[in-house]
Design a protein around this ligand. Structure first.
Ligand SMILES: [Zn+2]
Length: 210
């Protein structure tokens, strides 16, 4: 039960180390933040955003949920997106999924995990159903899982482009760029899967007159 103390002990050592590097390491953050990136990732403990990208405090604005989903009715995600894009003016929004994702794996089964989880993962099932022929062509279950991780990321990036927040920012300042990445926990490598810029307009029905 005392395992939590390790975190506090580390923190004390970390503060000492940073202050030894530069005396204003922490006080410089008091003036505010200007992160270049919004990271939308999975809650999985094995995908720590700053660690795998080498980002320091102040560089990543972060939202994480199970299976890195962009749900338009998710007030939490939409608030983060709105603030990051309209107030912080991030240059890039990154959706980073990961191979071996438990949320994606659960969505591929017929098992019920209870009302909330089933509702949350429904969006992943929709991605699977939309691309059914490509999954039927893959024999190995792990291959199907990897493909769904990738297609899920690509769908979430498309869904970002369908928000009025992104479309307004594209019109006003030609940013941010949207990125879809997949992280491989077994190698530590990130593979870029897709990228959308203001030139990549969404399908007509998803475009707002802004
Ligand atoms: Zn995951």
């Amino acid at each position: 039960m005392e395992g939590y103390r390790r975190l506090l002990d580390y923190n004390a050592r970390w503060v000492k180390g940073r202050l030894a590097e530069r005396a204003d390491y922490f006080t410089r953050f008091e003036i505010g933040q200007r992160p270049e990136f919004l990271w939308i990732g999975c809650s999985d403990s094995r995908v720590p955003a700053e660690t795998i990208t080498g980002c320091e405090p102040g560089e990543l604005f972060v939202h994480r949920n199970v299976a890195n989903l962009v749900v338009h009715t998710d007030l939490n995600l939409m608030s983060v997106l709105h603030f990051a894009v309209e107030q912080l003016h991030v240059e890039h929004v990154i959706v980073c999924g990961h191979y071996g994702c438990g949320g994606i794996r659960a969505a591929m089964t017929r098992r019920s995990y209870g009302l909330v989880v089933d509702k949350w993962l429904r969006k992943v099932k929709d991605v699977y159903q939309r691309h059914l022929p490509s999954f039927e062509a893959i024999r190995e279950p792990e291959g199907k899982l990897r493909r769904l991780v990738e297609l899920n990321v690509i769908q979430q990036v498309t869904d970002l482009a369908h928000t009025s927040v992104i479309q307004q920012a594209w019109k006003d300042r030609g940013a941010p760029w949207l990125h879809g990445w997949a992280y491989d926990m077994s190698t530590g490598r990130i593979a870029p899967l897709t990228r959308m810029t203001p030139e990549d307009l969404p399908d007509d029905i998803y475009r707002f007159d802004l």
